[in-house]
Design a protein around this ligand. Sequence first.
Ligand SMILES: Nc1ncnc2c1ncn2[C@@H]1O[C@H](COP(=O)(O)OP(=O)(O)O)[C@@H](O)[C@H]1O
Ligand SMILES: [Mg+2]
Length: 335
Amino acid sequence: MKFYNREKELNYLKTYVQLEPNAILFVYGPKSSGKTTVMLRVIKELENSNIVFFYYDLRRYATPTIEEFLEIFFEESDKKYLLNKLEINLKIFKFGVEKKFDFNNIKLNNIFNKIYEGIEAVIKDGKKPILIIDELQKLKNIYFNGGKSLLNELFNLFVHLTKVRHLCHVICLTSDTLFIEEIYRNSTLKNASEYYLIDWLEKETIKKILKEEGFSEEEVNYASNYLSLPYEITQLINNKKLGLSVEETIKQWINIEKDGLMYLLKSNKDRKENLLKILSKFNNKIKVSIDNFEDEIFDDVKFLIENEILFYDVINGIIKPTSIIEWWAIKEVLK
Ligand SMILES: Nc1ncnc2c1ncn2[C@@H]1O[C@H](COP(=O)(O)OP(=O)(O)O)[C@@H](O)[C@H]1O
Ligand SMILES: [Mg+2]
């Protein structure tokens, strides 16, 4: 698979992981902007360094149960940390436990001690541990006996590992921007969290890539008004090979998004008026400041964010469509 650009993001993350841990890093951005891809690239490029990456991808799982969470994070072993054998092309690690947790008698503290011991063992071996959790919001609804939220307790542990003891970087990735908003307002994480946006590709970058991929000047100019996500470039190239013109492909994409949006409006008649009012703010503008959305309609804004029509960048205080194709689809619907 080809990997396009993202020099700036790669350099940021590669430098970041070498600095002393001081806060939890939240990497966020529109869905499919390439967060996972960039993170895995960082791990690959640093595979011969002294860093031990614990990388967990929760995207593969439906909302996990507590048992599944433990299966994902830990492996039975007499070592405190060990190579994840299921990953063939990447050197990533899991925490070790002597024997499987007894689910009936499990305490949060036991779990946290295991994580802590794993991290200390890495440091003792003269290496640097880094904990990365991809699509961390999937842990949101896991509760322990006694009602403690796993995620909240994990945040306490993460603050301890980073801000308090500077033992280990913790990097959390998510596409769920309403989750980022919760995090941003969470008091445990105040002054203990940092944010990094992996956004759409820039127009000039897209033009450069398309040119290198052999598209004509006319095609490049046309496509650069519509493309924003890396996988769209790959698909445009494939479709061209399959005999579909740039224009045809893009028209199809806009139509698909337009149909999806029309269906959403049709099946939510009670809020349709508000939804259209919100969408109309994007008719002439691709980015709208959060101050332009009145309180009365904010639930409907959230609805559009949950349905991945809009992307909410709480850190910069703006809302925009999830992609430029989505923007054109919104404009079609408003016609
Ligand atoms: N820099 C890139 N170059 C080429 N393809 C990419 C790049 N970044 C992402 N992709 C592709 O785009 C799709 C979505 O990327 P992914 O990393 O899963 O996004 P996210 O984690 O932000 O949702 C994947 O098919 C991936 O292979
Ligand atoms: Mg991802």
